[in-house]
Design a protein around this ligand. Structure first.
Ligand SMILES: [Zn+2]
Length: 379
């Protein structure tokens, strides 16, 4: 071996190392940028902005803390909690909650909205799934950019995952579910970050005496629980009324009762551990499915996918899937119309203690104008 050959290998090694560092530096910038919070503009209805750590000081200053928007009406009535962003890659849930914060006004009662329930989950995304890092939403005053997060808490904030996640109830789940906010309820004040976030939300429901609480989700079109309301047994009567109201409006929707044996889920544990009437909604989003084709921001926004059209033709889906797909407006519109139906049915049964909210676009209105029409323009 001559020294010249060894020297060449040495130089090549340094070049490879420098190239790797350059790529890491470039990629690192993108990772760090995802920790910048999204800009949310409180709309005319917001009367107070709180933090989730107000309900569990252990979260203060950490990655699980998140804004809690209060919209209080002039007439006393029921308090209602709405969560978006439990799963930060289920974009329509986040958008529906954001429209409440930026556009809704409350006349009777009080609305409490947490648009990014799992704040840590918004700080990363599943690049391996082809998921976009950001989604641009067009408003009449220009584009608004939002982070497209991942389903679970960022492992940078909660690590390592155990082999088996033993849920507070004793139920055993796969280790990665330990970072799933919707398996963490009712939460533990001294538990993992995800369990502490769950605990703070349960505490909020208890302390604020929320009469109803809603958790907005999306799932893939091949998942059986889709375009569906999942309601706690005590919520079923209202849910049946809301379902009938939606069907009368031409919005087909399913209804299921929270299974007793599946623990850690919002609708089940909020209903068991507090007095609230709890429900979760699922809209159909092809960007989450296994059958999808090309994946990117367009798929999240437009919800159109020829492979899902084929799957629908083969009878493999639980929702219709035509060329129009399931665009963001339609999915967000379903969430808002379902919330509206619950508000109205609750107020019908409790006229002196109801909840009355204005400024929520109807389903057809959202389809016509787009989600951005009901968000604040960028400043
Ligand atoms: Zn979900």
């Amino acid at each position: 071996m001559g020294t010249g050959k060894a020297g060449g290998a040495h130089v090549r090694g340094i070049i490879v190392l420098l190239a790797a560092l350059a790529i890491a530096w470039l990629a690192g910038g993108e990772f760090v940028a995802k920790h910048q919070p999204d800009v949310i503009y409180p709309g005319p209805g917001v009367t107070e902005v709180r933090r989730l750590s107000d309900y569990h000081p252990g979260l203060a200053g950490g990655p699980g803390d998140t804004n809690v928007y209060v919209l209080e009406g002039t007439q006393p009535g029921a308090t209602v909690l709405v969560l978006g962003g439990t799963h930060p890659d289920e974009f329509a849930g986040f958008m529906a909650a954001l429209i409440l914060v930026e556009h809704a006004q409350v006349q009777q009662g009080r609305l409490i909205v947490i648009p990014q329930a799992n704040a840590s989950g918004f700080t990363h995304n599943l690049a391996g799934e082809g998921h976009p890092a950001y989604i641009d939403v067009e408003t009449p005053g220009g584009l608004r950019r939002f982070r497209f997060g991942a389903r679970a808490t960022n492992p940078v904030h909660q690590w390592p995952d155990p082999d088996v996640y033993v849920q507070a109830s004793g139920q055993q789940l796969s280790g990665s579910e330990t970072r799933n906010l919707n398996r963490a309820y009712p939460g533990r004040p001294d538990g993992t970050l995800t369990e502490q976030v769950a605990y703070a939300i349960t505490e909020l429901i208890r302390r604020e005496g929320a009469a109803m609480a809603f958790d907005l989700h999306e799932a893939s079109p091949e998942y059986p629980v889709i375009n569906t309301i999942v309601a706690h047994p005590r919520m079923m009567e209202l849910a049946v009324m809301a379902t009938m109201d939606l069907e009368l409006q031409g919005i087909a929707i399913g209804l299921e009762q929270s299974p007793a044996a599946l623990r850690g889920l919002s609708h089940r544990e909020w209903g068991d551990y507090t007095e609230t009437l709890a429900a979760l909604f699922e809209s159909a989003n092809p960007s989450q499915g296994r059958l999808r084709g090309r994946t990117g921001a367009e798929l999240v926004l437009e919800g159109q996918d020829p492979l899902y059209e084929r799957a629908a033709a083969l009878g493999r889906l639980y929702v219709p899937f035509g060329p129009e797909g399931h665009p963001l407006e339609s999915r967000t519109g379903r969430h808002l119309s379902t919330l509206k139906a619950f508000f109205e049915m609750y107020s019908l049964l409790n006229p002196l203690d109801g909840i009355s909210v204005s400024g929520l676009p109807g389903y057809e209105e959202l389809l016509a104008n787009g989600v951005g029409a009901y968000l604040q323009p960028p400043r």
